[in-house]
Design a protein around this ligand. Structure first.
Ligand code: FAD
Ligand code: SF4
Length: 470
């Protein structure tokens, strides 16, 4: 019996779920991995060594009970595994799909040293997808409802993490979002080839059944005054993300044919989902030579969206080497398989063209001393200028916080980089400088990851419960 074998990791190698052929998937806005079959999931889960001190759990930002639910899956006990995985994570099916596991749980798996890490992310996704398909829903039968009222602004992973903790503890939160669907960047930023939109639609139905109320298409500060919410609710959580576009600061950035990464991605999602308000926002790069500038997850999503739109060629230029790219290695590999060309150690200095974009002028770089974050700084190689021909350029240099104009009047302080001050270990976790207001996710830590936003939303939810003495 294979499942009684403690040395499964020797007999059975790491096996990721099957991927669609690159040629097929490069034409589809659909997830590229096939689901695990039950026997595959059980056999992969059984490779776990159950280390006494599981590094994967420490490295996972929400500290999932990974070996425990791997064991349950290896025994075929999916519903119990779903209950357990939801004890630490509000969106396990999402994290299983989009976490950069190679840098997190799987990167620290003991078997990563030669044998191939356990496929933790894919099993996590499998557990929730399978449990939902079997009709499983979070057990709310023991919840005692209170009459406390909490408003949440932002239905991204931070807001949803907070809502999950509150509703499971008897507080029915009201979640406001300016978009027409929940998920924040999960719905409007991350493309369907990483996360199909039905995943968040299903999650919305589950949260609503649990008692969370969503008020969508409502922009706080415009359609409803923040001060009114503050007066009406016992506490407020802010999970509004970071949306200020970071410019390159070089000539030619405003030429026709230069696009901001997130605007490009959001317009593509809106176009595909039928949420489009202004059809002129949509940009098709079909038939064009596209250069994407940047090396993070957003850049990778732009590369792969352009490929799917039928771009003639897509080149991604990044100023460090491949080893030092900030995004997930898995997604870089996927992009390369789908036809993206990478130019490493290239720093853009100008977008060139007369009437519109004709190319990007870059210089070569080499890596010098490490900066304050320990990442080696790129240094320019003198006399190494070259021009990469292009019909379109997408700039993906990241995002900065976007403090709302009403922060100051309600006493919410931000740091020198515009991030809301909400310490994890203050009197109440993630409480801002206004005691009634809590905050978490990208607006507190700067642009980061889905799983860290979920974690901070959940912690802030606990902070609110403590503050309300529930
Ligand atoms: P957001 O997800 O940004 O949600 C904020 C929400 O607040 C939005 O829905 C917004 O509409 C709402 N809001 C803001 N202001 C108001 C207002 N005044 N009134 C009402 N609503 C408001 N992370 C990963 O882990 N893996 C990935 O593969 C990955 N890929 C990414 C790809 C792209 C293109 C981008 C941009 C990011 C990616 N990330 C990825 C990062 C991840 O998506 C974010 O870190 C995460 O979504 C942050 O969650 P959040 O809840 O803090 O904010
Ligand atoms: Fe790994 Fe992310 Fe799941 Fe944690 S939440 S176990 S880091 S995939």
């Amino acid at each position: 019996n294979r499942l009684n074998n403690d040395f499964q990791f020797i007999d059975v190698g790491r096996q990721d779920p099957q991927k669609k052929a690159a040629r097929t998937r490069a034409r589809q806005f659909a997830e590229i991995y096939e689901p695990f079959k039950p026997m595959e999931a059980a056999s992969q889960a059984h490779r776990c060594l159950h280390c006494g001190n599981p590094y994967c759990e420490w490295k996972c930002p929400v500290h999932n009970y990974i070996p425990n639910w791997l064991q349950l899956v290896s025994e075929g006990n999916i519903l119990e595994a779903a209950e357990m995985s939801h004890r630490t994570n509000s969106l396990p099916e999402v994290c299983g799909r989009v976490c950069p596991q190679d840098r997190l749980c799987e990167g620290d798996c003991t078997l990563n040293d030669g044998f191939g890490a356990v496929t933790i992310g894919s099993v996590e996704k499998y557990i929730t997808d399978t449990a939902f398909a079997m009709g499983w829903r979070p057990d709310m039968s023991q919840v005692t409802w209170t009459d406390r009222k909490v408003a949440i602004i932002g239905a991204g992973p931070a807001g949803l993490g907070c809502a999950d903790i509150l509703v499971r503890n008897g507080v029915k939160p009201v979640v406001f979002d300016k978009y027409a669907e929940i998920g924040g960047l999960l719905t409007f930023g991350i493309p369907e080839f990483k996360l199909e939109k039905t995943v968040m639609e299903r999650r919305r139905a589950v949260f609503e059944e649990m008692g969370v109320e969503f008020r969508l298409n409502v922009e706080v500060g415009k359609d409803v005054a923040f001060e009114d919410l503050l007066a009406k609710y016992d506490a407020v959580f802010l999970g509004m993300g970071t949306y200020t576009y970071m410019e390159g600061g070089f000539p030619g950035e405003d030429l026709p044919g230069v696009h901001k990464a997130l605007d490009y991605l959001i317009a593509n999602v809106n176009h595909r989902l039928g949420f489009e308000k202004n059809p002129e926002d949509f940009v098709s790069l079909e038939g064009q030579r596209v250069v994407v500038l940047g090396g993070g997850d957003t850049a990778m999503d732009c590369n792969r969206t352009a490929i799917r739109q039928g771009a003639r060629e897509v080149t991604c230029a990044y100023r460090r080497d491949e080893e030092n790219m900030p995004g997930s290695r898995r997604e870089v590999a996927n992009a390369r398989e789908e036809g993206v060309d990478f130019l490493f150690n290239r720093q853009p200095v100008a977008v060139v063209g007369e009437e519109r974009v004709e190319g990007v002028k870059v210089v070569r770089t080499r890596l010098g001393e490490a900066d304050e974050n320990g990442r080696r700084r790129p240094e320019v190689v003198p006399g190494s200028e070259e021009i990469i021909p292009a019909d379109a350029v997408v700039i993906a240099f990241g995002f900065q916080p976007s403090p709302a104009p009403w922060f100051e009047s309600v006493g919410i302080e931000v740091d020198e980089r515009g991030r809301v001050k909400a310490p994890e270990h203050g009197s109440f976790a993630f409480q801002t400088t206004n005691e009634k207001i809590f905050a978490g996710g990208d607006m507190v830590r700067g642009s980061d990851l889905v799983v860290t936003a979920v974690y901070e939303g959940r912690q802030a939810g606990e902070g609110i419960l403590d503050y309300l003495d529930i």
